[in-house]
Design a binder for this molecule. Structure first.
Ligand code: AMP
Ligand code: MG
Length: 414
């Protein structure tokens, strides 16, 4: 058969963007919220906006250790003023008597009447509780104004925000001890493949012929946890129809998502597809991405189902680009697609692929990107070595110096 005919006979592949849009159309945000201690909310998704019940800072305060003055009392450098009071952080001063200065420390409230702070480096303390101000201050100098960070009633964190340590600090700064967050997606995870053994259970020196360690289980569990999921790890399910059916049936009762790796090709040892079809419904997509072609999604009862390819890098990338956005959307996050940035390739990639390709790369000190030399879909080293991927459009080659689109792991595995 001529090559052109063979190519045309291949089933059309689904563009990644289309696959993601289809998945997200099914991602109805989970009903129900949890109220958690702000200390424990890292990584959770805020369900109710955080509105500030106060202004931050709550009062005008000094940005420096120094002296609070009335600008009008310091007409020229060298003015001498009696020190009428001393105000430390945590105490409130009295109105500043005209013609005097207040000793003041960083964070302390600016006394009524004062309109500038002179830092202590620009002052000279004198005998008899007096101070010489050596520089004429600008009006409002070194005063942090009340509300300059947050106004009363301002929305500090929007609903749908994924909480970070900085966001927790911000919530605490407006007095929120507890936060209302989306409930955790309940995810059942299992691997298929009779070749798989668990580290710790089988010694590397005693691996049976054909056996490999189950690596997908480790990164998938870690990725799910980072996304705030409650993971039920069902381990390795044998390549048998009954065992697969049983695992799926049980998991479908109390989970929002069943996630599997392996067994979604169409070989005779691939039992996941027919088993899901027997219990619910399933679409098997050939996604035009490399690594990571087969991807299955469907439903069993109320549970979503997603089946990842078995090859570790394919499994990792389909999780990062499809499952991760889906799980974030279930928790109410709006912007779920990973953001790429422009970067310079410090490598050549002369082999264009008909699929959109995600090359594992690492940032170098010169600001460019280095390529991991082995880009095979089983080479997990490439993922652990790199800082992210170059998103390479189908049919495109790369020459050293080209501007490419870089997606950092922060966008994909956090
Ligand atoms: P499959 O998708 O089941 O045909 O698997 C494709 C390839 O990925 C095979 O070489 C499997 O041995 C390998 N594989 C499948 N599952 C895992 C896993 N959990 N950890 C490591 N490799 C796996
Ligand atoms: Mg298999």
């Amino acid at each position: 058969m001529p090559a052109a005919v063979a190519a045309a006979a291949r089933p059309p592949m689904k563009p990644l963007d289309e696959a993601l849009a289809d998945l997200l159309a099914h991602a109805v945000p989970l009903a129900g919220t949890d109220t958690v201690d702000t200390f424990d909310a890292d990584g959770r998704v805020l369900a109710v906006a955080a509105i500030s019940p106060l202004q931050v800072p709550p009062h005008d305060n000094s940005a420096m250790d120094g002296y609070a003055v009335r600008r009008a009392d310091v007409a020229a450098p060298g003015a001498q003023l009696p020190v009428s009071q001393r105000i430390a952080a945590g105490s409130a001063g009295l109105p500043l008597a005209t013609g005097t200065a207040a000793r003041i420390f960083t964070g302390a409230p600016v006394p009524p009447g004062a309109d500038a702070i002179v830092m202590q480096e620009d002052c000279q303390a004198l005998e008899g509780d007096r101070v010489q101000v050596r520089a004429v201050p600008a009006i409002h100098q070194w005063i942090r104004r009340a509300g300059e960070d947050i106004a009363l009633g301002a929305e500090v964190l929007a609903a749908g925000t994924r909480l970070t340590p900085a966001a927790l600090g911000l919530a605490a700064s407006i007095g929120l001890a507890r936060l209302t967050v989306a409930r955790r997606p309940r995810v059942a995870l299992f691997s298929t493949g009779d070749e798989l053994v668990m580290p710790g259970e089988v010694d590397p020196a005693r691996m049976p012929p054909g056996a490999i360690y189950n690596s997908n289980r480790f990164f998938l569990r870690g990725l799910l946890r980072r996304l705030g999921c409650a993971v039920t790890d069902l381990g390795i399910v044998p390549d048998r129809r009954e065992a697969t059916l049983e695992a799926l049936r049980g998991a479908s009762l109390e989970h929002d998502l069943i996630l599997t790796s392996g067994g979604v090709s169409v070989g005779e040892e691939d039992h996941v597809k027919p088993a899901v079809e027997a219990l619910g419904r399933l679409d098997l997509w050939q996604i035009a991405m490399k690594p990571g072609k087969p991807f299955a999604h469907g439903r069993i009862g109320a549970a979503h189902f997603m089946g990842l390819p078995g090859n570790p890098v394919s499994s990792f990338m389909t999780f990062a680009l499809l499952v991760r956005p889906f799980l974030l959307r279930l928790q109410g996050v709006q912007a779920v697609a990973p953001q790429s940035v422009a970067a310079t390739a410090d490598f050549d990639w002369p082999r264009a692929d008909r699929r959109r390709e995600f090359l594992r790369v690492r940032r170098n000190a010169a600001g460019g990107l280095d390529l991991f030399p082995h880009q095979g879909s089983g080479v997990l080293t490439s993922v652990a070595w790199g800082d992210g991927v170059v998103d390479t459009p189908a049919g495109q080659t790369i020459a050293r110096g080209d501007t490419v689109r870089f997606i950092s792991w922060a966008e994909l595995q956090s």
